[in-house]
Design a binder for this molecule. Structure first.
Ligand code: UT7
Length: 374
């Protein structure tokens, strides 16, 4: 018995932006971006919300459109749980999952968001499986819990809306999109065989993004300071990590940066990512007793093709073991793995009975993997 993936779908915004277009914004070129990242283009949501993207991906995974892959079409009342992994929800309240639940008419479902940066989908699968297992027949205390038989796990991002388009070291990397998977508790199939999630301290702030709503409060340690509430104070005032990393006395970064933008020390993140990905793969293999030779496909976070090549080399396996979907998508954070998974299923490279690993790393730092039988 176990938690099995029975449907997958993805959605990309209509606008596709080629590398050459970015050379009009910052000092970059197609050759640098392709060679260093494997990215040729990315999709940018203009006039499309995160909920729009998540809805399209979810409909495909549920079998409500022809776009995705699914074993069978489900009814709205079949879904008990919606988890949306995202760092870019359309609103803080309602949650992205709540908005999606409403769009799809999933009246029986409970819904909440999860932020584990680019590893969000892996965390989401792990949480969904745990909730299903905890209410499965025979599990101690099961009758006292919310019954969760099927869940919709979604990764949904509009990273381009928290990108500093004047920072060439990050703006060439990110894109928007959504990926969705439907998982079902099945008494006859093994489904998820093992999982591993890990948080590691990012002590140098190598990957971060501030809140944009950190408004001035009219208090000091003694209490209310009425004079502190001037009109200027009421405008949200945010210093970005990029600004705090700028050389002393320089206001350039602060002026150029949007209120809320991703800061990344690419090389530090690269080193973390390369190690974290192989470690997570080793962990799920060890926890399940499955041999790497028996794994049919690895679906990794699509942050940089070079990181995937590094992992392939370290594991001593050819690149064709890995699903590569980065070229026309870029790094879409939590949406990256479920979109690549949808590609792998739709492309016929995952067949029933195959052993598959999904693996990711991201800000926080977070990392993790799930090994399942399809
Ligand atoms: O999902 C979240 C996790 N994020 C990641 O996994 C990202 C991990 N990091 C990376 O993928 C890579 O570090 C990057 C793609 C971000 C950068 O590649 P790199 O090979 O580490 O380049 P670098 O930062 O060492 O920069 C090399 C040079 C620098 O110039 P100098 O100092 O050698 O003159 C940069 O200023 O490339 C320059 N550079 C650029 N040149 C043209 C940086 N960005 C660009 C650019 N176009 N867009």
């Amino acid at each position: 018995m176990g938690c099995t993936i029975i449907g997958c779908g993805k959605a990309l915004p209509a606008l596709e932006v080629e590398n050459d277009e970015l050379a009009k914004l910052v000092d970059t070129n197609d050759e640098w971006i392709v060679t260093r990242t494997g990215i040729s283009s990315r999709h940018v949501a203009v006039g499309e919300t995160g909920t729009d993207l998540a809805e399209t991906a979810a409909r495909a995974a549920l079998g409500w459109s022809q776009e995705g892959w699914c074993e069978r079409s489900l009814a709205p009342e079949d879904i008990d749980l919606v988890i949306v992994a995202t760092i870019t929800p359309d609103a803080l309240v309602p949650s992205a999952a709540g908005l999606l639940r409403e769009r799809l008419g999933l009246e029986h479902a409970i819904a909440f968001d999860l932020n584990a940066a680019c590893t969000g989908f892996i965390y989401g699968l792990t949480v969904a499986e745990s909730m299903m297992a905890a209410c499965a027949p025979g599990f101690p205390g099961a009758p006292g819990r919310n019954p969760v038989r099927r869940a919709l796990v979604v990764g949904d991002e509009r990273l381009t809306h928290i990108t500093d388009w004047a920072d060439r070291s990050t703006c060439v990397l990110f894109g928007d999109g959504a990926g969705a998977a439907v998982v079902e508790w099945d008494e006859k199939r093994p489904g998820i065989l093992s999982s591993f999630v890990l948080n590691t301290t990012d002590d140098t702030g190598a990957l971060s993004c501030p809140h944009a709503f950190d408004a001035h409060v009219p208090f000091d340690a003694e209490g209310v300071v009425p004079s502190a509430l001037t009109a200027a104070d009421r405008a949200p005032y945010i210093t970005t990590p990029a600004a705090s990393h700028a050389s002393e006395g320089s206001t350039e970064a602060l002026e150029a940066s949007p209120l809320q933008a991703i800061y990344m020390d690419g090389q530090k993140v690269f080193k973390f990512a390369a190690e974290a990905m192989t470690e997570a793969i080793h962990q799920v293999l060890a926890r399940s007793g499955v041999a790497l030779d028996d794994v049919a496909c690895i679906v990794p976070h699509q942050a940089n093709e070079r990181i995937i090549k590094y992992a392939a080399k370290k594991l001593g396996r050819p690149m064709d073991l890995f699903q590569l979907s980065i070229a026309n998508v870029g790094n879409t954070s939590a949406a990256s793995v479920p979109m690549a998974l949808a590609d792998a299923y739709a492309g016929g490279r995952i067949k029933r009975g195959d052993k598959v690993i999904v693996v990711a790393f991201g800000g926080g730092f977070t990392s993790g993997a799930v090994l399942f039988e399809a």
